[in-house]
Design a protein around this ligand. Structure first.
Ligand code: SF4
Length: 340
């Protein structure tokens, strides 16, 4: 299949395509490959191959709603909500806003509705938002939180309230570009795993300055702690805080999607591989999941991102259809919904 490429890279991709888990050094070699080389093309194709073998032509459609915006204490330099560069209006979605999103996703095959908060959003806000969202959440859709670090008891309380999973990441540049501690990020992940909840994670926010070793470390953590979903997100920085650092190409992002797909061979819990923001190259190279976005968004300065950067449900569905997917997975044992 890959006769004319470097023999070392060829051996690694053929190993993963034969369902044999890769070593960390092998994952590192894939990341180090030049994005514009034939070897990188072979990696993207192999990512597609292992992903199709695992998921067939079934995609996962997710949506995220940003619930509130205020200067966030984590002060991530890449996020529009970081307290040292926050320049938006203070904002909180009204209850009707959450129901409105739930109405828009009803019958559309959305696997999970994510509620996005600031790092230091009040725990009471998390709980009350979950209670509101549950009232109109469609059948076949899970409720997932993207929030700050939590105590074990708080994770358990949110689970009792109806949350089935969390998006949580020990980010590239954690402790350097953020004020958060790596150990706290990992501790929260361990708590939610101990509670049997779905752990959605991501190789993010990838910028040109991140070394192959750093990227490999992050991917390896998601493999070792066995994530429910893995993903890749290139850094989109809308603040001046990082404007000089640039962004990686979609070609490189797609290569990393493929590396994630190959690195996750052997992880039985994996349900899907996402690419943020939605893009066709990522969906070609092994991703089978994208997100629609509503409310506030760390990669946007509009308080209703669905009118700006955020993709709509219909746009996501069209992109998945254009990528050759035929059905959407549903949560709670519900049957797939056909993409038509
Ligand atoms: S990425 Fe999350 S934790 Fe970091 S500043 Fe933005 S909202 Fe806060």
């Amino acid at each position: 299949m890959f006769e004319c490429i470097d023999s070392k890279i060829r051996a690694i991709v053929e190993k993963a395509c034969s369902d044999i888990p890769l070593s960390k050094d092998e994952v590192l070699a894939l990341i180090k490959t030049d994005e514009a080389s034939m070897e990188a093309d072979a990696i993207r194709q192999a990512g597609r191959y292992v992903s199709r073998k695992r998921f067939g032509r079934r995609a996962m459609l997710l949506c995220q709603t940003g619930v509130e915006a205020f200067p966030c204490s984590a002060d991530c330099q890449f996020c529009s909500f970081g307290k040292s560069h926050f320049s938006e209006e203070l904002w909180k979605i009204p209850e009707e806003g959450i129901h409105s999103v739930n109405r828009q996703i009803t019958g559309k095959g959305v696997f999970s509705h994510f509620l996005l908060f600031m790092h230091n959003s009040l725990f009471e806000t998390l709980l009350s938002s979950v209670e509101k969202a549950k009232k109109s959440l469609p059948k076949g859709t899970n409720l997932v939180l993207n929030c700050g670090d939590l105590e074990h008891s708080q994770v358990a309380e949110l689970k009792s309230a109806g949350v089935t999973g969390f998006y949580h990441v020990m980010r590239l540049g954690e402790e350097i570009d953020t004020t958060l501690k790596k150990k706290d990020r990992i501790q929260t992940i361990e708590f939610l795993k101990q509670e049997g909840l779905d752990w959605y994670t991501c190789c993010e926010p990838v910028g040109p300055e991140h070394s192959a070793e750093e990227i490999a470390e992050q991917i390896w953590l998601s493999r070792e702690l066995s994530c429910f979903q893995n993903a890749v997100m290139r850094r989109i920085c809308v603040t001046s805080a990082m404007s000089g650092r640039g962004r990686i190409s979609l070609l490189r992002s797609a290569q990393l999607v493929a590396v994630v797909a190959l690195a996750m061979v052997g992880n039985k819990e994996l349900s899907s591989i996402a690419v943020h923001e939605p893009d066709l190259l990522g969906l070609y190279a092994g991703a089978n999941c994208i997100y629609a976005e509503f409310g506030v968004n760390p990669r946007d300065t509009e308080k209703e991102t669905s009118k700006s950067r955020g993709f709509s449900i219909e746009k996501c569905r069209d992109m998945l259809k254009d990528s050759g997917f035929v059905s959407l997975m549903q949560a709670g044992g519900e049957k797939d919904i056909l993409l038509q």
